[in-house]
Design a binder for this molecule. Structure first.
Ligand code: ADE
Length: 230
C-alpha cells in the first residue's frame, strides 16, 4: 500500500499543527496511509518582506494572492513528483460531496492550494489548478478549513484508516441516504428507552428497523436526497 502524499500550500501553515497531530489525520499518518507536507507560501514570497499578496487591478476592497509564490511552490513540487490533482477550495467551485471524497481517495499525490485574502490571481486557477471544490454555500476566511475537511473525508474512506468496526461504507451519503439512529448502554436512561427491537438480537429485524429509520430520517431532514436518483 502506497501512502497518499498530500502537499498543502498556505500562508498560515501553523493552522495545520493541531489537526495533523490529532484525530483522523494523525492516525492516517501514523499508520502510514498518508504523508502530509505543509508549505509556507511566504517562503516563496517576493522581496524583503516575502510578499504574497497585492491589490487587485481595477481597484476594489481586499487583496489578491499573487501568482509568483504559488507558481514557484507548485513548480518545485512538480519537479519532484507527478501530481494527480491540484485542488483549490473556493466558494465558486463544484460542490464537494461524498462521491468526490471517494474519488480523491483513490489518487496518489495531491496538492491543496489554500487561498486567502479576497481572491487568488485567476492565472493560477487557469493554468495550475485542476479541481475546484466548494464545501458549502458559505464563505470562509481561507482554504485551510475546507482543505482539512476534504483531507478528513478522503482519508477516512481509504480502507484500513478506520478500524473495521467503524467502516465508512455504512456512513450517511455512502448509501445515498442518511444514517439511522444509534443507541448504546444503558437500555433505559432517565425514562428514555432504546427501541425494543435493537435489544432483541434478531438481526434481520434490526436491519429492517435501521433501514426504515434511515429512510424516515432522510424523508424528514433531507428529502432532496430521495428526490435524487439514488
Ligand atoms: N474558501 C472560502 N470559502 C470556501 C468554501 N465555502 N468552500 C471552499 N473553499 C472556500
Amino acid at each position: 500500500m502506497d501512502a497518499i502524499r498530500i502537499d498543502v500550500l498556505s500562508v498560515i501553515p501553523g493552522f495545520f499543527d493541531s489537526p495533523l497531530s490529532n484525530g483522523l489525520l494523525s492516525i492516517a499518518r501514523k499508520k502510514g496511509f498518508a504523508e502530509v507536507v505543509v508549505h509556507n507560501l511566504h517562503d516563496y514570497g517576493l522581496g524583503r518582506y516575502r510578499q504574497v499578496d497585492d491589490t487587485p487591478f481595477g481597484g476594489g476592497a481586499g487583496m489578491v494572492l499573487r501568482p509568483e509564490p504559488v507558481f514557484a511552490c507548485v513548480e518545485k513540487l512538480k519537479a519532484e513528483r507527478h501530481y494527480d490533482a491540484v485542488i483549490f477550495p473556493t466558494p465558486d467551485g463544484r460542490p464537494f460531496r461524498q462521491q468526490e471524497a471517494n474519488r480523491l481517495s483513490r489518487l496518489k499525490n495531491l496538492i491543496f492550494l489554500c487561498g486567502h485574502y479576497k481572491a487568488l490571481d485567476e492565472r493560477v486557477r487557469e493554468s495550475l489548478v485542476t479541481m475546484e471544490y466548494s464545501i458549502g454555500d458559505v464563505v470562509l476566511s481561507g482554504g485551510e478549513i475546507p482543505s482539512l475537511l476534504m483531507m478528513d473525508a478522503l482519508l477516512r474512506v481509504v480502507p484500513g484508516v478506520l478500524g473495521d468496526s467503524e467502516s465508512a461504507l455504512t456512513d450517511s451519503f455512502q448509501t445515498g441516504i442518511l444514517d439511522c439512529a444509534y443507541y448504546t448502554r444503558p437500555p433505559e436512561f432517565r425514562g428514555m428507552k432504546v427501541p425494543e427491537v435493537l435489544l432483541s438480537g434478531h438481526h434481520a429485524k434490526i436491519e429492517q428497523w435501521r433501514h426504515e429509520n434511515a429512510l424516515e430520517r432522510t424523508r424528514q431532514r433531507r428529502p432532496d436526497l430521495l428526490a435524487e436518483d439514488v
